[in-house]
Design a protein around this ligand. Structure first.
Ligand SMILES: *Cc1c(COP(=O)(O)O)cnc(C)c1O
Length: 431
């Protein structure tokens, strides 16, 4: 690796004018230490920093880049759209086409509203669920991330399972009171919440595969159980598929696991790297949204022509390639098996979770199935691996609690180069 002098200089300047030097906290490398790399460009599976170092990228813009950096159908769609202006604040044909594509691909969605981020999608979906049920509370799972709206920045209080407390200053106790928490994969805890607060619970919101405490899979029966409990108690089930949507199947986790939620939120891959989000669901629920119904939600740039053009190119490319997800599964499965073999060779106890092209590595001898087991892993060991791999030209997410992703640009040769880097990193660290 060459120097990182320019990244260091930029980071110093950035910290002077941007909180922590970054526009989203994890980018600052606080979880692993060191200097974040300032990126000059991305191409295929690679990131290039401002000092000219090249990295094989497993962040993929936090999952958005299913086809890698600079995917030409998206670039061409953007150039074409840009030739016709940037934003109109009035309806367009392209947003109708994108909405039709989303309805066609995602099983639970009959009508959809476009917004500008995943955060907007989840906060709007929760408002809609509260309006449709006339109930105040939501159930969320520890370690699941649904964006930074007040009702989601809630942690488990000490002792009592059911009482949420603000996990950020600035969130009011009132907001915390309306969010009930349960451990991921723990149906009994959800059942207990319904027993205690059933008539007050508007919705259960869940990442159907959790990707914000590392990658944590739903136990067999977990999602089905949530569906059953929501039905029994008249609550809505919200799948937050901002990460899993178009990642695990054309129709997301709901297609992969065959459990159909009432409302679904989308983002990330939907924009192919541009800012976009969406929430959708059954017709009669979505018809409660303004101006059709009374539930207010709006956006100056919602349905922005550039974001919509990128979205159409992404979903069009997914539709055009029926073998896409099988190939990703196969590549990622081989990669996972090889990773396991390399860690085993060095006697490192790791727990690897994977769903399709979404993965997480935990330094843990125990199964990682929820927030407690994820945070019980050896995070210092992860930080050392992160830096060793960065030095070898492999860019993992700078936190043990973020999933990493393969894209179609991660060819066998690229994966092989990554595995060699892993071996070198482990060799350098053993003994
Ligand atoms: C990324 C993410 C969000 C937030 O999306 P933003 O576009 O960052 O606001 C919400 N939910 C899940 C599951 C996510 O992965």
């Amino acid at each position: 690796m060459r120097s990182i002098a320019r990244s260091e200089t930029l980071f110093a300047r950035a910290r002077n004018c941007i909180p922590g030097g970054v526009n989203s906290p994890v980018r600052a490398f606080r979880a692993v230490g060191g200097t974040p790399r300032f990126i000059a460009r991305g191409e295929g599976p690679y990131l290039y920093d401002v000092d000219g170092n090249r990295y094989i990228d497993y962040v993929c813009s936090w999952g958005a880049l299913l086809f890698g950096h600079g995917f030409s159908p998206v670039r061409e769609a953007l150039l074409e759209a840009m030739g016709r202006g940037i934003s109109y604040g009035a309806p367009t044909e392209a947003e109708v086409e994108l909405a039709e594509l989303i309805c066609r691909l995602v099983p639970s969605i009959e009508k959809v509203r476009l917004v500008n981020s995943g955060t907007e999608a989840t906060m709007s979906a929760v408002r809609l669920a509260r309006a449709c049920t006339g109930r105040p509370h939501i159930v969320k799972f520890e370690g699941c991330y649904h964006g930074h709206a007040d009702s989601f920045l809630i942690g488990a209080g000490s002792g009592a399972l059911t009482l949420g407390v603000p996990s950020s200053p600035g969130v009011t106790p009132g907001a915390a009171r309306d969010t009930l928490l349960a451990p991921y994969n723990d149906l009994e805890a959800v059942e207990a919440l319904f027993a205690a607060h059933g008539g007050q619970i508007a919705a259960v919101i869940v990442e159907p595969v959790a990707g914000n405490m590392g990658c944590v899979l739903p136990r067999p029966g977990f999602l089905e159980g949530l569906r059953r409990l929501c039905d029994r108690h008249g609550a809505l089930l919200i799948f937050d598929e901002v990460m899993t949507g178009f990642r695990l199947a054309p129709g997301g986790a709901q297609e992969r696991y065959g459990v159909i939620p009432d409302l679904t939120t989308l983002g990330k891959i939907l924009g192919g790297g541009l800012p976009i989000g969406a929430y959708g669901g059954r017709r009669e629920l979505m018809d409660q949204v303004a101006p059709e119904g009374p539930v207010y939600q709006a956006g100056t740039l919602s349905g922005n022509p550039l974001a919509v053009a990128a979205g159409k190119a992404m979903l069009g490319s997914i539709l055009a390639d029926p073998g896409l997800y099988d190939r990703l599964e196969e590549q990622a499965g081989m990669f996972e098996a090889e990773l396991r073999a390399r860690f085993a060779r060095f006697g490192e106890p790791v727990w690897i979770n994977r769903a399709g092209s979404m993965m997480g590595i935990f330094f843990s001898a125990e199964p990682v199935v929820d927030y407690r087991s994820a945070t019980g892993s050896d995070t210092r060991r992860f930080a050392r691996l992160f830096h060793a791999l960065l030095h070898e030209g492999v860019y993992l997410p700078p936190s043990p609690f973020e999933a990493f992703f393969l894209s179609t640009a991660h060819t066998e040769a690229v994966l092989e180069a990554t595995l060699e880097a892993v071996s070198r990193a482990l060799e350098g660290q053993s003994g």
